[in-house]
Design a protein around this ligand. Structure first.
Ligand SMILES: Cc1cc2nc3c(=O)[nH]c(=O)nc-3n(C[C@H](O)[C@H](O)[C@H](O)COP(=O)(O)OP(=O)(O)OC[C@H]3O[C@@H](n4cnc5c(N)ncnc54)[C@H](O)[C@@H]3O)c2cc1C
Length: 376
């Protein structure tokens, strides 16, 4: 039996999960990853995966996406189990979602029904600015820990990494970059799909996100307040296992600005503190300043401000969610003889994960490898 040579383009969460899925389902395959940016590199606007929160809270708008998300949740839940080698990458926690519109009981929150301990809030439990809400148990992914975990899992299963920026898929066939002739290519380049020759997908576009990373290890629950629509306000608190917490966010369509903007950082801090005063009031310093003989004198509790939150800031950042009109692309294409001197090579397109690349990663990788198996 010949050894299938599979080349995956991209080492974000999508490329890495796909490469591992290939190794597990096609053990005879030799798998290469070709990517310009790798986990462990300094954070950059060219690599979205390091900027994600990331939590598992499905945003699915159709059955297909919901299947990918729920499969991924089940897999990540297993991985977050005590004693699993990936346990350290995850934090299981209670998640609260508040919506500024009336969603409950109308069927459009069904996408979260599969989550453990799912419960719809009564009106009396809602907060200012919300008209509905739910709570459930989920997990968050510590992205700077999870990506190196995926990379080392890939390498220890025999995978090879080639660091390179490619301008055309056909450059993978010349023998100079990848030493063997590929049996198939899987393209997972995120936003790179808009520019790499052989893909050049006009439907791919960025949705810019901006976040503030704080060190507030006393916050061990997730909380979101969201308005409907892609331009809506979206405030979220995502704690990681390490004790770091991601505060966000924004959704700026077709905005490529690579640096965090001061006014957005201030707005995120203000919104997050309003949604989650515990970011400050849970700190040991705040607790000790509001307990003891003086505080017991019966004065009104001190109002917390953004200045109380500033000492906990580690970093501000921004990333570009690789969105695609029509959703994730799952499609087999062929590198034609004109582009390749080696004859036709199947290309499985697998990109366009927008704001849900982590929470759909395993389900999505499974579907891409199903396609790969049809062409091998
Ligand atoms: C602020 C923010 C918060 C988010 N929160 C969540 C969340 O809570 N949950 C969730 O599920 N998702 C979240 N996301 C979305 C998630 O981060 C993305 O969906 C995911 O990271 C996309 O991964 P990717 O592998 O497709 O792309 P990327 O991570 O961008 O990786 C692309 C890879 O392709 C390579 N590449 C591209 N072009 C080329 C080229 N020409 N040559 C060689 N290599 C190339 C790159 O070097 C890189 O290795 C968030 C995103 C942001 C910005």
């Amino acid at each position: 039996m010949t050894t299938p040579i599979i080349v995956v383009v991209g080492a974000g969460v999508v490329g890495l999960s796909t490469a591992i899925e290939i190794q597990e389902r096609i053990p005879s395959a030799k798998v290469y990853i070709v990517a310009e940016v790798l986990p462990g590199d300094p954070k950059s606007i060219k690599y979205t995966s390091l900027w994600a929160g990331a939590h598992h809270v499905s945003l699915a708008e159709n059955e297909g996406q919901l299947r990918l998300d729920s499969k991924t949740f089940r897999r990540m839940w297993e991985m977050s189990e005590g004693g699993h080698p990936a346990e350290h990458c995850f934090l299981r926690l209670q998640q609260t979602e508040y919506y500024s519109d009336k969603r409950n009981n109308e069927g459009n929150t069904d996408r979260l029904h599969f989550m453990p301990d799912y419960r719809v809030f009564k009106d009396s439990e809602l907060i200012e600015g919300s008209l509905s809400g739910v709570e459930f148990t989920t997990l968050t992914i510590d992205t700077p820990v999870y990506l190196p975990y995926l990379l080392s899992r890939f390498e220890s299963a025999g995978g090879t990494i080639i660091r390179a920026s490619i301008s055309a898929l056909s450059s993978l066939l010349t023998g100079t970059l990848v030493p063997e002739k590929p049996s198939a290519i899987i393209s997972c380049p995120g936003l790179g799909a808009a520019t790499i020759k052989g893909i050049e997908d006009p439907d791919v576009y960025p949705i810019r996100g901006q976040t503030v990373l704080v060190r507030t290890p006393w916050v061990r629950f997730g909380r979101t307040l969201s308005e409907p629509g892609v331009d809506g306000i979206w405030t979220y608190i995502i704690p990681r296992r390490s004790g770091d917490v991601i505060l966000g966010g924004v959704k700026q369509v077709n905005d490529f600005r690579p640096e965090p903007l001061k006014e957005i950082t201030e707005d995120i801090l203000r919104r997050c503190l309003k949604l989650c005063p515990e970011l400050v009031t849970g700190s040991p310093e705040f607790k000790s300043s509001t307990s003891g003989p003086e505080a017991e004198g019966g004065g009104t509790p001190r109002k917390v401000t953004v200045d109380d939150l500033r000492p906990f800031i580690i970093e501000e950042g921004c990333g570009l969610r690789p969105a695609r009109k029509g959703g994730i692309r799952f499609e087999v294409d062929w590198l034609s003889a004109a582009e390749s001197t080696n004859g036709k090579i199947p290309v499985i397109h697998h990109y366009g994960h927008g704001g849900f690349g982590y929470q759909s990663s395993w389900g999505s990788a499974e579907k891409a490898v199903d396609l790969l198996q049809t062409v091998l």
